[in-house]
Design a protein around this ligand. Sequence first.
Ligand SMILES: Nc1nc2c(ncn2[C@@H]2O[C@H](COP(=O)(O)OP(=O)(O)OP(=O)(O)O)[C@@H](O)[C@H]2O)c(=O)[nH]1
Ligand SMILES: C=C(OP(=O)(O)O)C(=O)O
Length: 210
Amino acid sequence: MRWSLVVPAKRLGAAKTRLRPLTGGPADGGLHAELVLALLADTVAAARACPAVADVVVVTDDERAAATVRALGARTVPDEPDRGLNPALAHGARTAATGAVAALSSDLPALRPAELAAALAAAAAVPQGFVADAAGTGTTLLAAAGVPLDPRFGSGSAAAHAAAGAVPLIGDWPGLRRDVDTPADLTAAAVLGVGTATAALLPRLPRPAA
Ligand SMILES: Nc1nc2c(ncn2[C@@H]2O[C@H](COP(=O)(O)OP(=O)(O)OP(=O)(O)O)[C@@H](O)[C@H]2O)c(=O)[nH]1
Ligand SMILES: C=C(OP(=O)(O)O)C(=O)O
């Protein structure tokens, strides 16, 4: 089974505010936006390199993010209907080229194509499945095969997805589970090994995460 992946990306300057301490605050010369973009680029590059993935669609109104992910082979769609993360994911899912669709977090710089392939293979066995983040409370992948994607991302989304009938997918997928919300998360991702975009940025951070 091959999958369409939907990746959300709000405007770079507005995203991932918990990472702002890493780049020195609002007057950082655009470094925060570069960091958010690097996390997205490494996530999309790993997804595009996964043989189980037919199509990557990034839901964004950020022109720089759109140009970067298109250069990596992803498609983009506008950030509609402008009602937050879950409606944006549902909108992206409706444009999918396949009947198997998964929402993937945009902040997975340590993602490996092989672990994404393994998680999608596990997801193919159930109508809806999800991968919890490293903390166990959030979600990094929500997959739907033959049924509409029903995204419930946000605080406590692992429990919300389980309550909606999605099956927790279990496997040794540390890069897939390692989303980067905080400086400590970036350190943990660096220990696993991050993609080229994030690796190039780490030495430029005034307060290095790793
Ligand atoms: N396209 C799109 N992406 C969104 C939207 N809201 C959030 N996202 C993306 O979804 C991911 C998780 O979003 P949140 O959990 O709200 O995190 P965040 O606001 O980026 O980070 P913090 O400010 O640190 O809480 C990030 O990659 C965001 O870019 C939205 O309305 N549209
Ligand atoms: C939106 C979510 O994650 P985060 O805020 O960690 O990006 C989530 O885990 O559902």
